[in-house]
Write a protein that binds this ligand. Structure first.
Ligand code: GDP
Ligand code: IMO
Ligand code: MG
Length: 443
């Protein structure tokens, strides 16, 4: 089972970092394939917190080859800082392998991200302002700069001069903003290029060889389905594809290289930034979720909006990613609620709909239809086996798994590695229903 994809099934921040770190013990290669440093993946190990924005979450294991694929957009300054921070705690990040074809975020991309989002006024997307959208836009317009373009200093200086000249005209005429200095940028990026040169590689071949040799390769998704450029709540999305299919274009592998797709899903839902969110709880319930779940953006520190679990969204994630199993995180945060609501469908103009509506305005008008389940009061953060969970918690998981039609592989009850219940398929059914196990769903 060598090619395993882990993706977010909501609006990001589902706890992918924790799950990927945990699974990496049995992997040999971990690959980021899309997004950039808009991502913030948190790993907690022995009480220490590590926040990663670009480096794959498998990095803590010395046997892992961490890879940044061609589909990622790279801010070299952020990447080098992350490598240095890891070096300072004696984690070797120099073994990182970076695709020659990954696109580079330049200072004008970051400036433009902020200027564009500010100019949208009330319709602002609330981007992370890391330059992600403008960099992908340049890539699509074929005016982008790739990691390999930084290797020849003279040619690179010329390319930067041209790009900065064009962006400066835009800054001046359209945004009345300060121009940038092309020479300063080129000389700073020359230093980054020298530092990163030994890490550049044909990562598509590297990954393919690992798969061919039967090694376990984990593809680490960033963001989540609802932020997908094509399938999410456009325009309130990020600028890359976040679905499992993006592994093929973003890592340079084929569809048949993927054997398993794990969807990480929080036991409730959160969203950072603007855009529709039907089950949002702008009340005491949402406040409790935010506070107990410590729901602050890993990248920008913004408060995350919180709401009840949404099965319509999970069903959409199951379909678009062909999920083979689920990892349910932050179940511990739901402790204390006497009743848990789960959205099973939406009401729209007097109709009941069970699929994510394709017209964005419709989604914003959808009223969630809830089913209610009993909550539990016991502290579950010490649970390590299914039997340790109160029956109400098992029923809640069972409900989600049955309705989604996908087995749960892993349950997370706290941020630490050991705060995890792994289900290998051998467990007895304990709840009134039956948790679906991986073995029930042969590929
Ligand atoms: P990612 O972007 O999907 O990797 O998620 P983030 O790291 O941005 O946000 C998830 C947050 O929840 C992090 O602070 C994790 O340490 C934390 N976390 C992960 N799993 C659990 C869990 O099961 N329970 C609790 N209480 N926190 C968790
Ligand atoms: P991880 O990998 C949560 C959101 C931003 C904004 C929108 C567009 O940690 O789950 P962008 O800067 O990408 O153009 O912003 O997408 N966003 C995320 N929200 N988790 C993330 O990543 C996100 N990456 C981007 O808040 O609403
Ligand atoms: Mg995050």
């Amino acid at each position: 089972m060598p090619g395993i994809v882990v993706v977010g099934t909501q609006w990001g921040d589902e706890g992918k970092g924790k799950i990927i770190d945990l699974l990496s013990d049995e992997m040999q290669v971990v690959v980021r394939f899309q997004g950039g440093n808009n991502a913030g993946h948190t790993i907690m190990c022995d009480g220490q917190t590590l926040k990663l924005h670009l480096i794959p979450s498998g990095i803590l294991y010395p046997h892992i080859v961490p890879v940044i694929g061609n589909g990622v957009v790279i801010n070299p300054a952020v990447l080098i800082e992350e490598m240095d921070n890891l070096g300072a705690i004696e984690i070797d990040a120099e073994r990182l392998r970076i695709s020659y074809n990954a696109h580079v975020i330049l200072p004008f991309h970051e400036n433009l991200d902020g200027l564009q989002d500010d100019s949208r006024g009330e319709r602002s997307l609330g981007t992370t302002r890391r330059g992600i959208g403008p960099t992908y836009a340049d890539k699509a317009a074929r005016t982008g700069i790739r990691m390999q373009d930084m290797l020849d200093p003279e040619a690179f200086a010329g390319t930067v001069k041209e790009a900065v000249g064009e962006k400066n005209r835009l800054f001046k005429c359209f945004y009345d903003a300060e121009p940038l200095d092309a020479e300063e940028i080129a000389s700073r990026y020359r230093g980054y290029a020298e530092r990163l040169r030994p890490c550049l590689a044909d990562t598509s071949i590297l990954v393919k060889n690992a798969l061919r040799e039967g090694r376990n390769v984990l593809f680490e998704g960033a963001q989540g389905l609802m932020l997908d450029l094509d399938h999410g709540t456009y325009p309130f999305v990020t600028s890359s594809n976040t679905v499992a299919g993006a592994v093929c274009t973003g890592a340079g592998v084929g569809p048949r290289d993927i054997d398993e797709v794990i969807g990480v899903t929080k036991a409730y839902v959160t969203r950072v930034g603007a855009g529709p969110f039907p089950t949002e709880q702008g009340n005491e319930t949402g406040r409790i979720m935010q506070e107990v779940g410590k729901e602050f953006g890993t990248t920008t520190g913004r408060k995350r909006r919180c709401g009840w679990f949404d099965l319509v969204i999970l069903g959409y994630a199951v379909r678009l990613n062909t999920l083979t199993s689920l990892a349910v995180t932050k179940l511990d945060v739901l402790t204390q609620f006497s009743t848990l609501k789960v959205c099973v469908s939406y009401r729209l103009d007097g109709r009941t709909i069970e699929e994510f509506p394709q017209v964005c305005g419709d989604f914003a008008s959808c009223e969630p239809v809830y089913e209610e389940l009993p909550g539990w009061k016991e502290d579950i953060s010490g649970a390590r086996k299914l039997e340790d969970l109160p029956v109400e918690a098992r029923d809640y998981l069972d409900f989600i798994s049955q309705r989604a039609g996908v087995p749960i592989k892993l349950i997370s009850v706290g941020p630490e590695r050991q705060q995890t219940i792994l289900l290998d398929g051998g467990e007895e059914p304990l709840s009134q229903g039956r948790l679906l196990f991986y073995d029930d769903f042969p590929l």
